[in-house]
Design a protein around this ligand. Sequence first.
Ligand code: SF4
Length: 495
Amino acid sequence: MNEGLLFPPLPHRIESRAPAAARDISLQQFVRHATVTKDTGRVDACRAAFGERYDNLRRHAGAIKSHTLDHLDEYLERFEAAATRAGATVHWAADAASANRICLDIAKRINAKVCVKSKSMATEETRLLPELEAAGVKTIETDLGEFIVQLDGDAPSHIVTPMIHKNRASVARAFVRDLGAPYTEDPGELTMIARAHMRKLFERADLGISGGNFLIAETGSLVICTNEGNADLTVSLPPVHVALVGIEKLIPAMEHLPIFLKLLARSATAQPLTIYTTCVTGPARSAGQGSSADVDGPRELHIVLLDNGRSELLRAPTRELLRCIRCGACLNACPVYKAVGGGHAYGSVYSGPIGATITPHLKGLHNYPDLATASSLCGACFHACPVHIDLPAQLIALREEAARRHLNPAPERVTMKLWRWIMQSPARYRIASGLARFVLSRLDGVDIPLPGPLGAWTSCRTTPRPGAIDFRAWWNERQRTKANCGRPASDRGRA
Ligand code: SF4
């Protein structure tokens, strides 16, 4: 994988990558087409299924997650006890290094040579795959999108659809180059090529690794949702399975699961449900009194509960961020995510509005000082979020914090100070707006590239022409005319 895309040298500024992506027309088209299709599909699917009840449902889902997070310590212990009773081994990982160490120790103990892995943001976050490869464990991504990204030495660009930035032709080229397959752009044929290749690896694998969409505290179950069935094979074929899951994935009981399943699939891909929803409670059971042995399933099931900064997010102002179910809807709805050509510009495993909010908290605001500015604050992410996370408010709080710590650029600070000084006095505002009108009317719409940091503004914007009459004059005239019960002269001729 091109590690530098998700783990750039720090500090990382999105403005260092965004302009190149914004100029890449094909990239823009792939990302725009895929996100717009998913976003409109989500709106239609939610409207058709829930109608007016949708807002209540997502508030309800958010409340269940909030309740779980308010009592996270209790639910984690309850989960550990139930999973252990079911025969699984629960591990606790405070950070990425300890999570990877647990997985590598298991791989070494069973002398693993081939590992099949299903899609997992937590393993991307801990950079597990390169560590497995360095330890001599050949690891294959089995999610089709992740597999293609792996073949290309690329990095995922979306939390649900990792190859959102690629088209069929690039998949066809990768299969010819790495699998010796005949060139085809037919999606069905491409899928069958990948399937034939992966089946052999599934049969040889001695270790399976996955993430998890939900953990059920009541039963100690791991729930994985996929559309390809690769997670089912990853869990059931290799003799040992390790699931690396963030501690925020807990929900209290099985009765809560349907609410999240309904929202997750519709928000992610506009489906009523993901094609496969796998619920794993303990490893494969051997025959007991009155029950036969399970025909498949791992001999050993390990569940690694990953903290890696999440406990810090439990503080009140950021706790709601842990409600995220990683559906990707906020990415699809976000105009900035589209404009910067997908997730790579964010320089982080998590991209889009949720990435812009959690990354500075998990990795330090000083390391991602401008990520929270990657939003127009239009509110589309908030309306798309199935667990009602107020992402714009979180972004504003991060911007305030960056300004308070002087992490925003010096010219921005000076400009904002000047702006505040002008806005504090009507006289100063009148003089400044009059001056601006005078300068703009002299420029008369001619584009003049400004020097230095202001050049970024003028490089893609046309100098505005001031209106025929300024706002104050228009307003005063309007008030005068109203008083005389007539229509203002400047309004005449308007529809
Ligand atoms: S923040 Fe909300 S919309 Fe975005 S990925 Fe998380 S759950 Fe989905």
